[in-house]
Design a protein around this ligand. Structure first.
Ligand code: HAM
Length: 427
């Protein structure tokens, strides 16, 4: 074991190849969100701890076991690294009165923190792209959120499947809760430790248990769907009709309860069997009570968040090429006059919007050309004494996708010519 300091367990570095894949994904995501009229919201990574306790629920895995919470020693305030983004989005919407003139469509992205047991697809720092439609109550918005996901999956070349459920409204959940408590009380000896603890505080969470030993008792438990009232049923029917009309396949999963307390009515998860145990790539639903619960004027809302790490793993499993950036040119130079010329040329080429890597650290032409090859640049632009004297550079194609018309061999060009050749190639 080395003594070198390593990254914190469950928190990953993104090396340049992976970071560039992520950037390409983000470009797709930003354009996709713009097409649907969603606007970005940026909130702090740290929030006051009570925000998450009130929003996510005191008796949930996240709040009970997974939050990075600490006391700010300077003022005694309890702070938490955000485990998710919905609570912060709602807090910001209330704080800035964003709904004063009607509903808002918002999105956010960034790191989230949960102290879970790390494994493939499950990290302690992970990233979400979250989408929230606040102030809209109809089933059309639930369907819009789901349809837009399907649209993104198509663009990314992946095909997770959709699971759908309704949690009804608070009265239905209260009736269901009473029946669940009665049922689990009858089978107390079969409950695991978490189950016993949650029996009276949050029996719905027992259904959410990941413990295989609980599967049988959970399978026979009273179902929420039997308690759902007519209005919530009509809402759910509306969502299903719109999805069917949009050609989106779904499976109704009555066991889908989600791990956070704020949901009501529609909940959904996009799942895949290609990533092992951590197969949920995107999840969300309606949370009509949360804005009021956090002190805002009552307003309905719905949204979802996708896990960036899991989605990128799925994109990779689908065999999509990894998008990495390559420079348009690598400038090789030797001698003081050549360096000065190369600096000016690089500035002019960059000003034209092209990507140029300037060789640094000296060395022979041969060793510089090796670096140029390794940079994966399309061409090398070479500047020596001869070139400086002629006010030109030698352009040498390095790859199969080097600019057309330059041929296999080296040719002499002015900086202006180099720019127009490189521009044609990168267009
Ligand atoms: P969530 O189901 O807790 O929902 O997380 C959403 C997604 O984040 C998951 O489906 C998964 O892809 C990813 N994820 C969660 N935990 C981890 C982890 N430890 N490692 C890697 N990926 C993870 C929410 O967070 C809600 N705020 C979603 C929402 C938005 N509902 C309404 N609006």
């Amino acid at each position: 074991m080395s003594n070198n300091i390593q990254s914190v367990r469950g928190m990953n570095d993104w090396l340049p190849d992976a970071a560039e894949t992520w950037q390409a994904f983000e470009d797709v995501v930003r354009a996709w969100l713009r097409r649907y009229g969603y606007r970005e919201l940026r909130t702090p990574i740290l929030e006051a701890t009570p925000l998450f306790k009130r929003a996510i629920g005191e008796v949930t895995d996240i709040v009970e076991k997974e939050m990075y919470t600490f006391v700010d020693e300077l003022n005694g305030e309890s702070l938490t690294l955000r485990p998710e983004g919905t609570a912060s989005a709602v807090r910001a919407v209330i704080q800035h009165n964003l709904l004063y003139d009607g509903g808002k469509r918002l999105w956010y992205t960034g790191p989230m923190f949960r102290h879970e047991r790390p494994q493939k697809g499950r990290y302690r720092q992970f990233h979400q792209v979250g989408v929230e439609a606040l102030g809209f109550g109809g089933p059309d918005v639930d369907a819009e959120l789901i349809v837009m996901c399907a649209d993104l999956w198509r663009e990314l070349g992946i095909a997770p499947t959709l699971q759908l459920n309704t949690l009804g409204d608070s009265e239905a959940r209260a009736r269901h809760r009473a029946k669940l408590i009665a049922y689990f009380e009858q089978h107390q000896d079969l409950l695991d430790e978490d189950g016993k603890r949650r029996l009276h505080s949050n029996p719905l969470r027992i259904l959410d248990s990941k413990n295989p030993a609980m599967a049988e008792i959970n399978a026979a438990a009273p179902q929420l769907i039997d308690e759902i009232d007519a209005e919530a049923r009509a809402h759910f029917d509306g969502v299903q009709k719109l999805l069917t009309a949009s050609g989106i396949a779904f499976e109704i999963n009555p066991r889908l309860v989600r791990g956070l307390d704020y949901y009501n009515r529609t909940v959904f998860e996009w799942v895949t069997d290609q990533l092992g145990a951590q197969g949920t790539v995107c999840a969300g639903g309606r949370y009509d009570g949360l804005i009021e619960q956090l002190g805002g004027k009552p307003n309905p809302a719905a949204g979802f968040a996708m896990g960036v790490e899991r989605l990128l793993a799925l994109v990779e499993a689908a065999g999509r090429p990894v998008a990495t950036a390559v420079p348009d040119a690598y400038i090789v130079h030797a001698g003081e006059a050549a360096a000065a010329f190369a600096w000016q040329a690089a500035a002019a080429i960059r000003a034209a919007g092209l990507a140029v890597v300037m060789h640094a650290g000296g060395g022979s032409f041969k060793s510089q050309m090796k670096k140029a090859d390794a940079s994966r640049a399309r061409v090398a632009l070479i500047v020596g004494d001869d070139e400086v004297a002629a006010g030109q550079m030698s352009l040498k194609p390095l790859r199969a996708d080097a600019p057309v018309g330059t041929g296999e061999t080296q040719c002499r060009v002015s900086v202006t010519q180099a720019i127009s050749i490189l521009k044609q190639a990168s267009a």
